[in-house]
Design a protein around this ligand. Structure first.
Ligand code: PMP
Length: 463
């Protein structure tokens, strides 16, 4: 019997099928339009470890785990494929009002890695996990706070997903520009990037940046604010590691005003920074944690909204017909997701990928910092674990950002050399200039050397 891949033995036919019919995410399609200057869409075919091959046979080192920091354990994991196959053949799906074996066992394993947390709500994407969290906060406002505390605070530069409610909580203005009007009740607080904080920067900046959140709460009225939703380290907004003193103060502010702390671990979750979750680097205790990408490393679509028992208890009320969480995600009942995720967590544990992320991340940070000594286009290197960014500037003194076209040229030059890196989202003038590195957590020092060498060559050419 012909497999799908046997049928794809004519690469040209695949490329033309794609050109004619696929609407790709997040890119302009004009360059693909048929004509004398047409370029081909890139079709990715195969992966092993952190190397991938496209349909022309070109090999790449993947420094961004599938483009969007997802494939944390790397490509070609047979034991995850087997776990998926077993789950699908045993019982591929059952709606989430009932349980399944993979769901129950994965939830138990996950919660064991999250002291203080208790309940796992399954869905399929980071956006959806965040929507569930927002809905929980809104329901708590109605049920527990008599209609108050409905507002949700989010931070400038952070991203929480692509749906209209998630964009309403999105701090990357240009991404939002064409999709309003937005959902009421989402309020922005300032970013915490010291490099771009102007006069606020310097000793005590962490506390000052957190105090800026308190100012927003006081302005809005504490009895209107139900939750604060933050990325532990801002990802697509430019790898922003909150400054010293920030998180302690944020936690205190949330407790002071009875505001739920919702941490979006869609990117940082499952070892990206060197601990299971990014928030665990900062010693804080969230009320709600959302996660997606690395949960099953992209082998299956699964996301989780994890809450404390205290949050869960607020939905247990049989005196009220509407007391329970009136929400479903159909595909949250697919068993492949939790089955793949269980195996994924086992791999992270058995291969000490948290340790490798921390160790190799420190090396990547060192190597990028050393490159910065030689290369004036790099203004700052920041990150934690295998999650690093290099902000590009036209002028180190003024910190004028490097033009977007040049940042994109660096990314394209690296791809030509066979190294796929990322660049921060084109969100706001002055912030669209950070190169992003988030290779699979199995990366070796040789991989890192190859990545940094490509970046150095690209920066020389672009300069
Ligand atoms: N939160 C963060 C921090 C993200 O980076 C993303 C995706 N890049 C999302 C949420 C949304 O996830 P998804 O694309 O799976 O909906």
């Amino acid at each position: 019997m012909d497999t799908l891949y046997d049928r794809a033995n004519d690469p040209r036919a695949v490329i033309e099928a794609d050109r004619a019919h696929v609407w790709h995410h997040l890119i302009q399609h004009k360059p693909f339009a048929p004509g004398p200057n047409q370029i081909d869409p890139r079709i990715m075919v195969e992966g092993r470890g952190l190397r991938v091959w496209d349909i022309t046979g070109k090999e790449y080192v993947d420094a961004v785990s599938g483009g969007v920091w997802t494939v944390n354990v790397g490509y070609g994991r047979e034991r995850i494929a087997n776990a998926l196959r077993d789950a699908v053949l045993k019982l591929n799906f059952w709606a989430g009002a009932n349980g399944t074996i993979p769901g129950a066992l994965f939830a138990e394993t996950l919660i064991a890695k999250m002291p203080g947390m208790s309940r796992v709500y399954f869905s399929n994407s980071g956006s959806e996990a965040n929507e569930k969290a927002f809905k929980m906060v809104r329901q708590i406002a109605h049920k527990v706070h008599g209609g108050k505390k409905w507002k949700i605070l989010y931070r400038d530069r952070d991203y929480h997903g692509t749906t209209i409610a998630c964009l309403s909580a999105g701090g990357q203005q240009e991404r939002n520009a064409l999709y309003g009007p937005f959902v009421p009740g989402f309020v922005q607080v300032p970013h915490c990037l010291e490099y771009r904080a102007g006069e606020l920067a310097g000793e005590g900046y962490g506390e000052r940046a957190a105090d800026a959140i308190e100012e927003v709460i006081l302005r809005e009225g504490p009895d209107t604010v139900g939750a604060l939703c933050l990325e532990p380290i801002t990802a697509g907004g430019g790898i922003i590691v909150p400054p010293k003193g920030y998180w302690e103060r944020v936690q205190d502010i949330c407790r002071k005003y009875d505001i739920l702390l919702h941490i979006d671990e869609v990117v940082c979750g499952i070892g990206r920074t060197g601990t299971w979750f990014g928030y665990q680097q900062f010693g804080i205790q969230p009320d709600i944690v959302t996660m997606a990408k690395g949960v099953a490393s992209g082998y299956a679509a699964i996301s989780c909204t994890v809450t404390t028992e205290r949050v869960f208890e607020m939905f247990k009320d049989d005196t009220d017909r509407l007391g329970y969480f009136r929400d479903i995600s159909t595909f949250g009942g697919c068993t492949g997701g939790p089955a793949a995720a269980l195996e994924n967590l086992a791999i992270v544990e058995e291969e000490d990928l948290l340790g490798n992320s921390a160790r190799m991340g420190a090396k990547l940070h060192e190597k990028l910092s050393a490159l910065m000594e030689r290369q004036p286009l790099i203004g700052e290197v920041r990150g934690m674990g295998l999650f690093q960014g290099a902000e590009l500037v036209a002028d180190r003194q003024t910190r004028e950002p490097l033009a977007e076209a040049k940042v994109q040229a660096v990314v394209a030059d690296c791809a030509k050399q066979g190294v796929i890196i990322g660049a921060s989202n084109r969100s706001m003038p002055g912030f669209n200039n950070t190169l992003l590195f988030a290779p699979a957590l199995i990366a070796t020092e040789d991989d890192l050397d190859q990545i940094v060498a490509a970046v150095e060559a690209a920066l020389k050419r672009v300069a």
